[in-house]
Design a protein around this ligand. Structure first.
Ligand code: SAM
Length: 290
């Protein structure tokens, strides 16, 4: 069969033949536009030197393209009903491996480490199940695994939050968390019309290139992220008010104000205006006072 899986005709045939019914709770929206996938692979930087890791292969729309263009593809799929379908549809590819596991429970660390040993580079590429986008991405980033990049199709608003710059509406603690580990960009917007069934929201491709080192130096990473979250707790409030609540009972407001002024950050500013460097300064002046 020389027609791609990611076409409306072939997808309908595969689903009908298997008598497959979509599970909405698993975020099952399959891609039926092969050009979008080819563009996505180009932005992901896939080549024959890449070991690709996919999350949620569905019936193999993206898996097939990865098998064609990457050195190998290892795909984690939670839905057991899809495993025989994937095995049949991808039977001609020796470089595709399907693992029937929940990505949040799988030992990805071991899989990534093994792939990194025998390949020049490891890249994660996926059309993610949207209900668990943030937990999947944060887990991949915080585990500090030896892969080069993540390129994922996700809900447009979430992609915008992750890639946002200071001073914009989408900027928040998620932007800082993601950009602490990666350089984030949104190379493509994806209309809902290219999925079967069509979701209610538009999507975007988010590309995260792992940083070799964090862009800022902080004394204590966990505390830095706590300060960031506290600063955005109530978006409309000033830093002094948000930090006042955070330090309530342990640091006097006058001391908070003094320390902030010492770090050169105006207590009357809002979290949304601070760059990552400024958050790093802020965290360091409060480190060990709480
Ligand atoms: N990659 C396919 C495509 O582009 O057409 C399917 C993408 S669909 C948006 C998401 C896929 O993730 C579904 O196949 C779903 O069964 C799978 N999935 C959902 N939750 C999962 C989990 N926790 N672990 C692994 N796969 C999951």
């Amino acid at each position: 069969n020389n027609k791609a899986i990611a076409t409306p005709g072939r997808t309908k045939d595969i689903l009908a033949k298997a008598g497959f019914s979509f599970k909405k709770s698993l975020g099952q929206n399959f891609l039926v536009d092969v050009n979008i996938l080819k563009n996505m692979l180009r932005h992901a930087g896939i080549s024959e030197n890449t070991a690709a890791i996919e999350i949620g292969p569905g019936i193999g729309a993206l898996t097939e393209q990865l098998a064609l263009h990457a050195g190998s593809v290892t795909a984690f799929e939670i839905d057991q009903r899809l495993v025989p379908i994937l095995e049949e549809e991808l039977s001609s590819f020796e470089n595709a491996t399907i693992i029937n596991e929940d990505i949040l429970k799988a030992d990805i660390d071991q899989v990534v480490r093994e792939l990194a040993r025998d390949h020049e580079e490891v890249r994660v590429v996926a059309n993610l199940p949207y209900y668990i986008t943030t937990p999947i991405l944060m887990r991949l980033l915080m585990d500090r695994l030896p892969f080069q990049s993540i390129t994922v199709m996700i809900q447009k608003e979430v992609a915008e939050r992750m890639a946002a710059s200071p001073g914009t509406k989408s900027y928040g603690s998620l932007s800082i968390a993601v950009q602490y580990y990666t350089e984030a960009s949104i190379p493509m917007m994806v209309p809902k019309s290219v999925f079967m069934p069509q979701p209610n929201v538009d999507s975007a491709v988010l590309h995260l290139e792992k940083r070799v080192e964090p862009p800022v130096d902080v004394q204590d990473e966990d505390f830095f992220f706590e300060i960031v979250r506290a600063s955005f707790k109530q978006r409309r409030k000033t830093l002094i008010n948000n930090l006042g609540s955070f330090f309530k009972g342990s640091v006097e407001k006058s001391e908070i104000r003094e320390r902030m002024e010492g770090s050169g950050i105006d207590p009357g500013r809002r979290g949304e205006s601070l760059s990552m460097e400024e958050f790093a300064k802020l965290a360091d002046v409060f480190h060990k006072v709480k």
